[in-house]
Design a protein around this ligand. Structure first.
Ligand SMILES: Nc1nc2c(ncn2[C@@H]2O[C@H](COP(=O)(O)OP(=O)(O)OP(=O)(O)O)[C@@H](O)[C@H]2O)c(=O)[nH]1
Length: 321
């Protein structure tokens, strides 16, 4: 049943109003002390408030302002009962304070019922719209979250949790253009686990997978903001170092190589010494005309590192002449 709070300091008037509304099938809350009305509205959340204007202690206008200032009671519609002397300016003040309608005293029963009914219908529609809006906002948030998760999955390598090849290709192209535009160095490291095939062959693919995860973790340590580490494929990783020339990249590559060589991989009884080979190239001195060439140079340096015995770092050298 819909609930209406009636506020009037004149008991006779209060009783008459309440009777009228109860006769209309509404549940009525009442108070003759306007300063209590806010607390009642807050705890009972009536569907409508009907208040007298002229009351000692707290005027109807002041009560409306308090109701509107409070989040819990802000949306409860208020009808103001006004005296017969009320002017248009008074009514304007009431509407500005937040009253949605008014009835003049002495109250015409049919008028009060009509206004009450339409206000309650309006309030119900408003509540429905509000609930739909909230539901829409919730669904929107869920959708954005799913989009974000999908995007994250699309750029992540599932086995190692590093970025994947697709992301690397995007970033390489972006970083290459940026470094060219701002005349900044860009280094590319191609890192490959040595004799990884024999890990798989001797111990199985599950151990091979664990070794890949272990290596990915070691390589991730000590990366700086802006560095991009990705699993390029199989047992190959790429590390992009924007703002870093090959000489500094070589030092970092050397420390990565050493950290993998020092950290023996252990699982139960099994312990495997692992090493990686690294090819380093940068875009300086116009060596790499585009990002593909940069990657190709790093690959050539990696190939040289493998040929020279593995577990080493080789920097791509500019061909002489
Ligand atoms: N366990 C596992 N193995 C993979 C995965 N992707 C590629 N491989 C294996 O990685 C191995 C790569 O071997 P190769 O390219 O011959 O190189 P390598 O044995 O590391 O030898 P070098 O690079 O010359 O030192 C192959 O046996 C692939 O099957 C993976 O996701 N998990």
């Amino acid at each position: 049943m819909q609930q209406i709070l009636v506020v009037d300091d004149e008991l006779e008037h209060l009783n008459a109003l309440c009777e009228l509304l109860q006769g209309g099938g509404y549940q009525v809350l009442r108070t003759s002390r306007p300063e209590r009305a806010l607390a009642i509205a807050e705890s009972q959340r009536p569907d409508l408030v009907i208040t007298d204007w002229d009351m000692p202690g707290l005027s109807g206008i002041e009560l409306i302002r308090q109701l509107k200032a409070h989040p819990a009671t802000r949306d409860i519609p208020v009808i103001m009962c006004t005296g017969s002397m009320t002017t248009a300016a008074h009514l304007e003040t009431a509407l500005q304070a937040g009253a949605v309608d008014y009835v003049r005293k002495p109250v015409e029963p049919i008028e009060l019922r009509a206004r009450t009914r339409s206000m309650l219908q309006l309030a119900a529609s408003y509540r429905q719209i509000l609930a739909k809006e909230q539901e829409l906002a919730r669904q929107n948030e869920l959708l954005n979250q799913q989009k974000q998760e999908l995007h994250q999955a699309a750029i992540t390598d599932r086995l190692t949790g590093l970025h994947n090849r697709a992301y690397l290709v995007d970033q390489l192209s972006r970083e290459f253009s940026n470094s060219r535009r701002y005349g900044r160095p860009l280094s590319c490291l191609l890192l490959d686990i040595d004799h990884f095939k024999s890990v798989n062959d001797r111990h199985g693919h599950l151990v091979g997978d664990a070794v890949l995860r272990h290596t990915a973790q070691l390589l991730s340590r000590g990366l700086r903001r802006g560095d991009v580490l990705a699993r390029y494929g199989g047992e190959e990783f790429v590390l992009l170092l924007p703002g870093t020339p090959a000489a500094s990249a070589q030092a970092l590559a050397e420390s990565l190589r050493a950290s993998v060589a020092q950290a023996v991989w252990v699982q139960g009884e099994l312990s495997l010494p692992l090493t990686i080979s690294i090819g380093v190239a940068d875009n300086l001195a116009g060596q790499a005309e585009d990002e593909t060439a940069l990657l190709r140079h790093a690959d050539a340096a990696l190939y040289a590192a493998k040929r020279q015995g593995r577990n080493r770092v080789v920097v791509h050298a500019e061909p002489v002449g």
